[in-house]
Design a protein around this ligand. Structure first.
Ligand SMILES: [Zn+2]
Length: 122
């Protein structure tokens, strides 16, 4: 008795699995591309808002570009690393009443409702 058909069945099953895996990978790739596109759109929008704000402030005489760059360097260094980025620490805020951790930006403790002083703005 020959069981060659079993081998053929296994090959077909493996081929089907490979095709499904390929389709899943393509769908994941498409989702990632859309996510990157959305992030690029948000970034471009933020760049527009920032450039508009800078131009407006300069025209109003609030500061000039060198002053702005010096302040930007100060902010860059405020997180302890000169890397051209601002990355606030991820340390959670401890509630003074119950001691539990809350988000850095929390206004009140999500467990007991106590006000959280000195919360992070961003
Ligand atoms: Zn609390």
């Amino acid at each position: 008795m020959s069981y060659a058909f079993l081998s053929g069945y296994r090959v077909q099953a493996a081929a089907r699995q490979a095709v499904e895996a390929g389709a899943e990978a393509e769908a994941a790739s498409n989702r990632a591309e859309r996510a990157v596109q959305r992030l690029e759109d948000v970034l471009a929008r933020h760049a527009l808002v920032l450039k508009t704000l800078l131009n407006f402030c300069e025209k109003r005489g609030l500061f000039n570009e060198p002053e702005f760059l010096r302040m930007m360097e100060e902010v860059d260094l405020s997180d302890g690393i000169r890397d051209g980025r601002y990355k606030p620490g991820a340390e959670p805020k401890r509630c003074v009443a119950c001691g539990r951790a809350n988000q850095r930006t929390a206004i009140r403790c999500m467990y007991c409702g106590e006000d959280i002083p000195d919360r992070a703005i961003i």
